[in-house]
Structures are given as structure tokens and as C-alpha cells.
Design a binder for this molecule. Structure first.
Ligand SMILES: Cc1cc2nc3c(=O)[nH]c(=O)nc-3n(C[C@H](O)[C@H](O)[C@H](O)COP(=O)(O)OP(=O)(O)OC[C@H]3O[C@@H](n4cnc5c(N)ncnc54)[C@H](O)[C@@H]3O)c2cc1C
Length: 475
């Protein structure tokens, strides 16, 4: 019988790696997390990227998926310092007429923004929003028999289409169509492609069910709370430990990878069956991200006053403009008028900047690995809806797709979701298999966002992978 130093080792300490580690440590297993960076957290880290006293979220900034996560909801993260702030509105979507559409927690108040499309909006979301608590456990899970087939069926009928089809079916006016486009564009796939509507619908539902909150103090508070709870369960963490070959690890019964297929092949190729390795090689990465952080002398001077109520602002104009920008990166082109996601956490969290000063976080989508500098395009788009924005900038920091990949090796070519969110990789990532988490090699599992349910800070990939590992190897 082989002597094992640990029951389980997790490579990578993103939200999925930490969720997997916690699940196993809760079951009294000895667990080690190894992390290449100097601190834990992966996509949930914060730093003074611009000036002293300004805290910027390096990757994720807005966390409805962490709040709604069925696994995170079971953890005592408040006791470990995690507090979510909720702005009055989840999203503002400014338009060229100087107004903005607001996505609020009340379906009725949101519908009231949408003119003639208000009734259709209520028809689209009311029942699903009211039942999102139960629906979330089926949506944030691998493909299987849903625990709530009625609601999952209703969600599938509405969402398993393209954003273009959905808006053509439900909406006639620019306001509702634009708001839906902003949510669906988080999919990072063209809005004419299935299942872009599903992404948009899920995000609308999270706004109504839990709100687009974020942690007081920075995204790193999520990692800090997960890490501290894991340590309290007896877990161990080693940072500055980049795994280059799986054989360097201490002996353990299972290894869980919070990393993506290309990295798994690199460090584990000799342990993978040929057929499986070849399938992993075909895994598709998605669009990249060009990211900017700003230290500001004052809040972004939005023309539409409604924008000051929201933590997130979707900058890009009409459905048609956003669709064009999302088509561009899919065709390998740079959009001169990109859809820009903006987060303005400091409006609601005074810990983020010195008194009366502010931060802003913004990114747009670009082709995977693109080298273009998008500074001008991002600032122009914000300036379009907030004239005078450039005059408020005290300092800025820029991260190209290559910089993001340097910061976190999981962001291949700047892909922040661990793989494209295309239909063929929605439920079947990284390969089509009944159990997508188990690698066909004894004791190896994938727990990153390259498995269902994919990108975002929710920890559910880690939870499902660890559950699978526990049931197969330890029960
Ligand atoms: C700019 C940006 C904005 C985003 N915005 C949001 C948002 O607002 N809301 C949201 O929910 N999500 C957002 N995301 C996505 C979110 O951050 C990711 O989907 C999420 O972090 C994925 O979690 P994970 O645990 O799978 O992997 P990650 O968080 O990427 O963690 C992987 C970890 O593995 C480590 N690692 C990699 N290779 C090795 C190795 N060889 N050895 C040891 N360790 C290794 C990495 O250093 C990293 O710490 C954003 C991401 C980016 C980059």
C-alpha cells in the first residue's frame, strides 16, 4: 500500500480550487493547495494598481454568482470577514439620448423603465426570477436530470437561443433590446449565436434574485475568507509554488487541477491516455480581454444621473452596436467602438479610494491573444456617455491579454472564462463525458472553470469536481 502525504492536492487557488479544497477538508481529508502566485485567489485578487490608497480588482469586480452560489451559501464566509455591498441598482445602461436603463432588483421597477416592452419583460423574467433560488442549483451544475425540471424547462425554452432571437421575440423598443444585449454580451460570443440568450437571462435573473453585489474592501476578500475558512478546517496552502510537472508534487491519493486543459497537458501529458489528451488538445479558448483601471479625482461624470445608482455600467449603446462589437472579436477584428463593461465600486465602498476620490474598472473583448492597445477606444466609449471623463483621470493601469495571462496562467490569450462559452462547450467542457470532472487516469480531476458550469466566481466547478472525487475515491 502506497504511503500518501496528503489525501488530496489542489493545483491553483482560484475560487474553484478553494471551493474544491474546502469540500474535501470538510470531509476530514488532509488537503494541500499549491498556488503559483505569491498570494491565493486567482481571479479574486485586488491591488493598488495605480496610486497608493486606490484598491483595484485585478480580475473579477462584481459578484452576483458568488452570492447566489449554492455552495458558497453553505459556508460561514461572513465569519471570515466577507461582507457584500449592494448598490441600489445592479446595472445601468446609458443611451445617447442622455438617459439610462436601470436593472433593479424589483422586476416591476425595471419593467417600468422599458416603456412598451415592460409587459414583455415581466413575461420573460417574473416566474424564473421568483424561483431562481431553486433554478440556480440546476443551472450551476453539470448536465443531468434537473432537480426542478419545470423551471429548468421554462428556462431552457426561453434561454437556449441567441440573444438576437430572444430580443426579436420579446422586445420592440431600443431600451429593452440594449439592456438585454449588455447582459448577453458577458457570454463573449456573438449575439447571433446560441446560447448567448441564456447568459443574458441568467444575469438578469441574478439581478432580481440577489443583486449584483461585491465585497467591501475588494474582490480579494472572497479569497481571504475562503482561504481562512479552509485553514480553519486544517487545510494547508503553499504559495509561490508553480507546478511544472505533476511528479514534483508530494504523494497524494487525488490531484485536482484548478487550471485549464492546455496547462494540464503541459504538466501531466505522460499520465493522460492518448485519446483523452487528443480531445483536450481540441478544446477551444474564447475571446480575450483588454482591461483598464483608473484612479479618479471624482466619480465618472455620467450624463444620465441614473448611472450613479449602479455598481456596473454597460457602455456600448444599442443592441445593434453591441452585437457588431461582439461579432468583431469573433471574426478576429478589433472593434473601434467596443462594448465596455465598467464597474464603479468606490461609489458604494469608501474603502476603495482616499476620501472623495474614486476608482473605475473597465474592460472590452478582443480576439484571443490580440496585441492591439484598446486604451483610446475604451476611454472614447466612456467619454461618449460621460463627457469630461478623461479630465477626472489621476492615473491608469492597463492589462493586455498577454499581461492577464502573465498574471494568471489560466487566462490563455486573455480568455477569462477558462474556455469559450460556445454551445458545444456549455455543458460538455472540457470534453463530452458523463463525468466531465474525472480525468481517465487514476486520481486526477479537473475543477477549474474549464468544467461546467464555466466562468465566473461561484466555486461550483470546484464543488462538483470535489464531490465527484470524494464519491469515487474516498467513499
Ligand atoms: C479582467 C477580468 C474580469 C472578470 N470579471 C468577473 C466578474 O466581474 N465577475 C465574475 O464572477 N467573474 C469575473 N471574471 C472571471 C473570474 O475571475 C474567473 O471565471 C474565475 O476566477 C475562475 O476561477 P477558477 O478557480 O476556475 O480559476 P482562477 O481564478 O483563474 O484560478 C486559477 C489559479 O491557478 C493558479 N495556477 C495556474 N497555473 C498554475 C500552476 N502551474 N501551478 C500552480 N498554480 C497555478 C493561478 O495562479 C490562479 O491562482 C473576470 C476575470 C477577469 C480576468
Amino acid at each position: 500500500m502506497k504511503n500518501y502525504q496528503y489525501d488530496a492536492i489542489v493545483i491553483g487557488s482560484g475560487p474553484n480550487g478553494l471551493a474544491a479544497a474546502i469540500y474535501l477538508a470538510q470531509r476530514k481529508l488532509s488537503v494541500l493547495v499549491v498556488e503559483a502566485a505569491g498570494e491565493i485567489g486567482g481571479g479574486t485578487r485586488s491591488a493598488e494598481l495605480t496610486l497608493p490608497g486606490f484598491t483595484h480588482d485585478i480580475c473579477s469586480a462584481i459578484h452576483p454568482l458568488a452570492i447566489v452560489s449554492p455552495f458558497f451559501q453553505t459556508l460561514p464566509l461572513r465569519d471570515f470577514g466577507l461582507e457584500f455591498i449592494q448598490p441600489a441598482a445592479s446595472v445601468a445602461h446609458p443611451l445617447d439620448d442622455g438617459t439610462a436603463v436601470l436593472l433593479k432588483s424589483s422586476v416591476e421597477e425595471t419593467a417600468a423603465n422599458l416603456g412598451l416592452d415592460g409587459t414583455s419583460y415581466e413575461r420573460l423574467v417574473t416566474v424564473l426570477a421568483r424561483n431562481f433560488g431553486v433554478l440556480a442549483s440546476d443551472i450551476l451544475a453539470p448536465l443531468g436530470i434537473p432537480s426542478n425540471p419545470f423551471f429548468m424547462g421554462a428556462f431552457g425554452l426561453k434561454g437556449m437561443t441567441s440573444a438576437k432571437n430572444l430580443v426579436d421575440h420579446y422586445f420592440t423598443e431600443p431600451r429593452a433590446r440594449a439592456m438585454f444585449a449588455g447582459n448577453a454580451a458577458h457570454s463573449m460570443i456573438p449575439l447571433e449565436d446560441v446560447p448567448s440568450a441564456a447568459y443574458g437571462l441568467v444575469l438578469l435573473l441574478t439581478a432580481h434574485a440577489v443583486g449584483w453585489g461585491f465585497p467591501r474592501g475588494g474582490a480579494n476578500k472572497i479569497a481571504d475568507a475562503l482561504g481562512a475558512y479552509f485553514l480553519s478546517l486544517g487545510g494547508k496552502i503553499e504559495t509561490d509554488f508553480e507546478v511544472k510537472n505533476i511528479d514534483e508534487l508530494p504523494a497524494s491519493r487525488v490531484v485536482l487541477f484548478d487550471i485549464t486543459p492546455r496547462q494540464i497537458i503541459k504538466i501531466t501529458a505522460h499520465r493522460l491516455p492518448d485519446a483523452y489528451r487528443k480531445r483536450l488538445e481540441k478544446y477551444k479558448y474564447g475571446a480575450g480581454v483588454f482591461k483598464m483601471d483608473f484612479a479618479l479625482n471624482e466619480p465618472i461624470p455620467w450624463k444620465a444621473k441614473q448611472c450613479f445608482e449602479a455598481g456596473t455600467v454597460h457602455v456600448g449603446g444599442t443592441f445593434e452596436e453591441i452585437a457588431e462589437s461582439e461579432r468583431a472579436h469573433a471574426e478576429g477584428k478589433i472593434s473601434e467602438t467596443p462594448f465596455v463593461l465598467v464597474a464603479q465600486n468606490s461609489l458604494f465602498d469608501t474603502t476603495r479610494a482616499p476620501e472623495n476620490k474614486h476608482t473605475a474598472w473597465a474592460y472590452c473583448h478582443v480576439p484571443n491573444g490580440a496585441t492591439a492597445d484598446m486604451t483610446e477606444q475604451i476611454e472614447n466609449q466612456i467619454e461618449r456617455f460621460a463627457p469630461g471623463f478623461r479630465d477626472c483621470i489621476l492615473a491608469k493601469a492597463v492589462k493586455s491579454p498577454a499581461d492577464l495571462e502573465k498574471h494568471n496562467a489560466n487566462y490563455i490569450g486573455g480568455d477569462i472564462n477558462g474556455g469559450a462559452g460556445i454551445l458545444s462547450q456549455l455543458f460538455t467542457r472540457p470534453v463530452a463525458k458523463i463525468n466531465p470532472y474525472a480525468i481517465p487516469s487514476k486520481g486526477l480531476y479537473i475543477c477549474s472553470s474549464s468544467t461546467p458550469p464555466g466562468g465566473g466566481v461561484h466555486g461550483m466547478c470546484g464543488y462538483h469536481a470535489a464531490k465527484s472525487a470524494f464519491e469515487r475515491e474516498f467513499s
